[in-house]
Every structure is written in structure tokens, then in C-alpha cells.
Design a protein around this ligand. Structure first.
Ligand SMILES: Nc1nc2c(ncn2[C@@H]2O[C@H](COP(=O)(O)OP(=O)(O)O)[C@@H](O)[C@H]2O)c(=O)[nH]1
Ligand SMILES: [Mg+2]
Length: 342
């Protein structure tokens, strides 16, 4: 049921979304008033807008380099350079360009302009290869844990996710297991209030595993459909974050009676290549199930998504394309490539 509630991909769904938001305004409990007064534009338009910088720094530049050119080694070198500058990463860039070279030979292509189409096809193929959508189980609560280094957008992503589930009337519990700073709990509380989700929080400095335990217990007792646990991200403190995260996970899973449905690593697109090492670091402590790539709207280096899809064993499940509540999308390879190339 959640699956049906959660996915929104057509224009019709967007209209339904706007209507739902209006209905919410009429009811006093639920989403806060100021949240739904703005009617979200279409999903694709938002995605396209969010990718504007990457399109300018990547696809538009490729278009300029290719136009009116005949194909030679120099052209492939320039193509490589643009891809690497867009944070596609050396390994993935070389693989992509090699595939295009081979197709150019096999299909006897001589005109540079055609390469852009080939690139689009190859990128769609690469992004689709190991793609998996967000796991939304039949059983409840669907249990998610969100991890990542400081400032990448974990708490914001949780607020956006809560918004999406709450729009569909789902009961949502948020667990404030980032107990390191009082401000972190306050920030999650703001999201809980805005979206009409329940918040489970302890005091600053409390044991995050205890918060995780209480959050799971509350989600079960209140028959919530969704539970999302926020976590701390600081790497340079006395406590060992990684050991602590491992414990948070184990305690939550034990109280839940099964593995969590998603352990999402949030990665900031503006910090590019660091993402790959962060994924290695975190996967040593918690069983990561997917990536959320945030702040795509803030960078011309959105090519990092290609490196992540190609070089990590983890699928990108969600993307953040802005700071508004509705700026979190399911990652869909075909719409992503279309938004980037058109
Ligand atoms: N432009 C943009 N900003 C984002 C996005 N996601 C998060 N942010 C911003 O990133 C900053 C840090 O976010 P926060 O959720 O506190 O990160 P956390 O430390 O990982 O919990 C905040 O200012 C957010 O508004 C996004 O997709 N786009
Ligand atoms: Mg946070």
C-alpha cells in the first residue's frame, strides 16, 4: 500500500498532490499551513530546474564542443575532460568514452553531433544497470535509518521524506538519534511539526541507541506506517561514531524484530568524489542499502551520480534537488537523463 502511496511520477499525480495539499490546509492538524500554500510545479520541471547547473557545466559544454566537428582523437580527449570536470570520475569517464569510441567505429559515425545522442543512451544504460527504487515493504512500520557525515542533508532529507509520506496520510514517527547537539533535535522537531509527524527525542547527550529503541517501540505501539531514524554525522569527536552507529542499528533491528528496510547513506553532490570513500567508511559499520544524493541543485558537478552508480555496489534511491519540502525525488534513471539532456 505504501508503495502506491509513495510513488508520484505523472502529471495527474502532481495535480492530486496539489489537491491533497489543499485538503490538508482545511484540516488544522496535519501539515503546517505555510507548507502547502505553494503548489509544487511538475516533478519533471523541478528535476530539470534542479539540474540546471550540471546541464550548463556538462551537457551544454559537450554540445558546444561537438557542434560542427568531425570525429578525431582530440574530440574524445575534450569529451573526457568535460566528463572529469563534471565529477564523473576517471574510471567511469574512461569506460563511457571507450564505449562511445567503439560505437562510433562500429556504426561508422563521422559527425560529432551524433555523439551527444550516444552519450545520452550510454548514460541512461549506466544509471539503469543496478538501479533499485526505495524499498517500501508491505509490513509496517517501514523502518528507515539515515546516516552520513555532518551537513550532507540527513535531517532535511528526513523532513522531505516525512512530508511525502504525510501527504498520503501515513502515520510517521521520527527518531532523533542525533543527540550530539540540542540543535539537531530541535531541527528534527521543526520538521516533525511542519509535516505532522511524531517525534521521539531524548535530551542532548543521551545514548542514541536508547532513542532508536524508543522510536521503534513507539512506531510499533502507535501502529505507524513509517519510522525514520536520524543519526549524528560528526567524524572528529571522542566517541567513535562508527561504533555508535553500528549499535544504533543493532538495537533498532532487535526491537523491530527484523532488519531495517533501508539504511540510507546521504551524500552531498557538491563534495563529489568524497562520496565514494564515505560509502566505504559507513558500510563497515551499518548495512547500507542505498544512497541519497543531495544538493544536486547546488553544483555543476552532478556527474558524480554516474561515478556512484558505476563504482559503488549501492543504488542511488533518492535525489535532493533543492531546499523545499518537495525537492526530494525518487531517482529514476530515464527521467534523470531526459532532464539533463533536454
Ligand atoms: N540546495 C540544497 N540544499 C540542501 C539539500 N539538502 C539539504 N540541504 C541543505 O544542507 C544543509 C545541511 O542540511 P542538514 O539536513 O542539517 O544536514 P545533516 O547535518 O546531514 O543533518 C541545510 O542548510 C539544508 O537546507 C538539497 O537537496 N539542496
Ligand atoms: Mg542533522
Amino acid at each position: 500500500m505504501l508503495k502506491k502511496l509513495f510513488s508520484k511520477s505523472s502529471k495527474k499525480d502532481d495535480q492530486a498532490e496539489a489537491k491533497l495539499a489543499e485538503e490538508h490546509t482545511d484540516k488544522s492538524q496535519g501539515l503546517e499551513d505555510n507548507v502547502e500554500k505553494e503548489t509544487p510545479a511538475g516533478l519533471f520541471a523541478r528535476l530539470r530546474q534542479g539540474l540546471a547547473k550540471t546541464r550548463a557545466g556538462f551537457v551544454d559544454r559537450i554540445g558546444q564542443v561537438l557542434s560542427g566537428r568531425s570525429i578525431d582523437d582530440q574530440l574524445f580527449d575534450e569529451l573526457e575532460e568535460i566528463l572529469i570536470q563534471a565529477d564523473v570520475g576517471v574510471t567511469t569517464t574512461l569506460e563511457l568514452v571507450e564505449r562511445i569510441r567503439r560505437r562510433v567505429e562500429a556504426e561508422r559515425i563521422t559527425e560529432g553531433g551524433v555523439i551527444k545522442e550516444l552519450l545520452k543512451t550510454e548514460i541512461t544504460e549506466l544509471l539503469s544497470r543496478d538501479h533499485q527504487p526505495l524499498r517500501l515493504p508491505e509490513h509496517t512500520p517501514a523502518a528507515f535509518m539515515v546516516v552520513g557525515v555532518n551537513g550532507v542533508g540527513k535531517t532535511t532529507t528526513i523532513g522531505k521524506l516525512a512530508y511525502r509520506f504525510r501527504q498520503n496520510q501515513a502515520k510517521v514517527v521520527l527518531g532523533a538519534a542525533d543527540t550530539f547537539r540540542a540543535a539537531a533535535v530541535d531541527q528534527l522537531r521543526v520538521w516533525a511539526n511542519r509535516t505532522g509527524a511524531d517525534l521521539i527525542a531524548h535530551q542532548e547527550g543521551a545514548d542514541p541507541s536508547a532513542v532508536a529503541f524508543d522510536s521503534v517501540a513507539a512506531a510499533k505501539a502507535r501502529k505507524a506506517e513509517v519510522l525514520i531514524i536520524d543519526t549524528a554525522g560528526r567524524l572528529h569527536t571522542k566517541t567513535n561514531l562508527m561504533a555508535e552507529l553500528g549499535k544504533v542499528y543493532r538495537v533498532a533491528a532487535k526491537e523491530l524484530g527484523r532488519e531495517l528496510d533501508e539504511v540510507l547513506l546521504v551524500v552531498d553532490a557538491t563534495t563529489g568524489q568524497n562520496a565514494l570513500s564515505q560509502a566505504k567508511l559507513f558500510s563497515a559499520s551499518v548495512p547500507l542499502t542505498g544512497i541519497v544524493l543531495t544538493k544536486l541543485d547546488g553544483t555543476a558537478k552532478g556527474g558524480i551520480i554516474l561515478a556512484l552508480a558505476n563504482e559503488l555496489k549501492l543504488p542511488v534511491k533518492l535525489i535532493g534537488v533543492g531546499e523545499q519540502l518537495w525537492d526530494l525525488q525518487d531517482f529514476d534513471p530515464a527521467s534523470f537523463t531526459n532532464a539533463l539532456f533536454t
